[in-house]
Design a protein around this ligand. Structure first.
Ligand SMILES: [Zn+2]
Length: 255
């Protein structure tokens, strides 16, 4: 699909229930040059943003784009069972077996979405790094301190804060709203993410999870309305600039 142009504003993006909850990948395509799967509109915008960032000496690349339900379920269940590290609010390790079921669920939700409720299911969201700032052989770490003033991605973070809106992207987890911790690496493409968020309802999520192999489902089920409010709904609103900019092809705008 071509990028939207100034003459043809993009149609509103509508995802099916299967697509919204990561159980289908019909709304995404592989972007070989970015090595990830994204919605075509988000992919075109990310490539435009990558080209703009290159002028500032930044090698902007996604380290994660679309993620499906099965993958998110594996991450969740590994954290619940202790097979994958469980972290507290400060990022320090927690022992899963020292926590009851509700405690584990609360700890997982600080850093991982419920399967079916991850913004990565929509193909609109990606985790961004500056590959030029990564030392040779170093592992990619998505940690807040790397995106702070003293961090290796400080230049990237400042550039994104200034320019991401130009291509329709914004930070949904910008500050701590009592749910998901701030994620300065996680950007959402507003024209796809905003309608997706509006379409994802708690009832759909409940139906999907009830028939899944989610560990801790008893605790999640009892608390689902609160969890949905706190960890799915409580995000930054897409700034009008991000929605407006995305209606225009970067090439059609003044430099
Ligand atoms: Zn992310």
């Amino acid at each position: 699909m071509d990028a939207p142009t100034a003459n043809s504003a993009p149609l509103p993006v509508t995802l099916s229930g299967l697509e919204l909850t990561g159980r289908a990948s019909t709304h995404v395509r592989e972007v070989p040059e970015l090595r990830c799967l994204l919605h075509p509109q988000a992919a075109a915008a990310l490539q435009a943003m990558r080209a703009a960032a290159a002028h500032a000496g930044i090698d902007l690349v996604p380290v994660s784009g679309f993620r499906d339900f099965a993958r998110q379920l594996a991450i969740w269940n590994d954290k619940f069972s202790g097979a994958r590290p469980l972290l507290d609010r400060a990022g320090a390790p927690l022992a899963a077996d020292a926590l009851d079921e509700a405690g584990r669920v609360a700890a997982i939700l600080l850093w991982s979405a419920l399967p079916g409720a991850s913004r990565h299911h929509w193909g609109s969201d990606c985790d961004l790094i500056d590959r030029a700032a990564l030392s040779a052989g170093a592992a990619v770490e998505l940690l807040g301190r790397h995106y702070g003033a003293e961090g290796c991605y400080a230049v990237l973070a400042a550039w994104l804060q200034r320019h991401a809106h130009d291509d329709g992207f914004f930070l949904p987890y910008d500050v701590d709203r009592g749910g998901v911790q701030p994620e300065p690496w996680h950007y959402s493409f507003a024209p796809v993410a905003v309608p997706a968020q509006a379409a994802l309802r708690p009832e759909l999520l409940r139906a999907v999870l009830a028939e899944s192999a989610l560990l801790g489902w008893g605790s999640v089920s009892a608390e689902l309305p609160r969890i949905f409010e706190r960890y799915v709904s409580a995000v930054a609103r897409a700034p009008p600039a991000a929605l407006a900019a995305a209606a225009l092809n970067r090439a059609a705008r003044p430099a």
